[in-house]
Design a protein around this ligand. Sequence first.
Ligand SMILES: *Cc1c(COP(=O)(O)O)cnc(C)c1O
Length: 298
Amino acid sequence: MSTQIVRGRRDLSGFRGYAVSPAGCRIDLSDNTNAWGMPPAAGQALAAIESTNRYPSPYSDELKEAIAGYTGAPPEMITTGCGSDDVLDSAIRVFAGPGEAVAYPVPTFPMIPLFARLNGSVPIAVPMTAGFSLDIDAMLASDARVLYVCSPNNPTGNAIAREDLESLVRRSSSEQVIIVDEAYAEFAGATAIDLATSCDRVIVTRTMSKAFGLAGLRVGYALGSPALVAGIETSRGPYKVSAMGERAAIAALTEGLDWVNEHVALAIENRRRLERALLDRGITAVRSSANFVWFRID
Ligand SMILES: *Cc1c(COP(=O)(O)O)cnc(C)c1O
């Protein structure tokens, strides 16, 4: 479904939202979610919920503790949301004002230019280099308030080189915020969390929707300096993570971790098998650090 805005903000006339086209095939893996389901511990946590008559905590304090245990970042450097989509949307809204620019590489996660437009910001598409690396000079030349980078990148699957991320952070100005979207970090074995905890202009976003098998519950989070986190929470508002989402996510991040790690390892093994099978057929894929593989066919 894609709804056109027919009344209201003039700058959105003709604007169309995110359109999901039916895959038209029997097995649809196009959302890159967990093919094996969710951790049994998360299912048990959901079944144990007796009532949902009360609101959850406004900013998911218990969930932040569990995320702190998983990531090693302190709770005051963590924020949560209704999926990482919500965190990205809130971050763009608070760090790029109306009329200010959000730069993002192309191809990447298609929600970013939509969030920018809906928040009155100006999306600036910056083509990646031939090998799907970050064009750092072009990203910086955009002079955008927010620089978005996705690593491993959706849809190409490759991780952005560590030295490129470091160089982007080093060469950006004190007015710029860098968002590193790590929706697939569990499959990459590398992270930029240390950049987010050491530089007060870097935000790393993560999700419970991919490796953790909880896409249907909509839980995401971000890590960054307490000041950035406070900005995102102000823009986001309270009660965005449901009581059920919070319980299941806590279970997945604690008792469910062995299950998650096991299935991440399986996904990586399958990814390698697929890459080898493609090579055997003469198809070269982009080297993936995610749970999917990107290649061109005739
Ligand atoms: C799936 C995905 C997300 C969105 O995740 P939610 O937490 O489900 O909103 C964000 N970024 C990228 C790159 C994704 O692929």
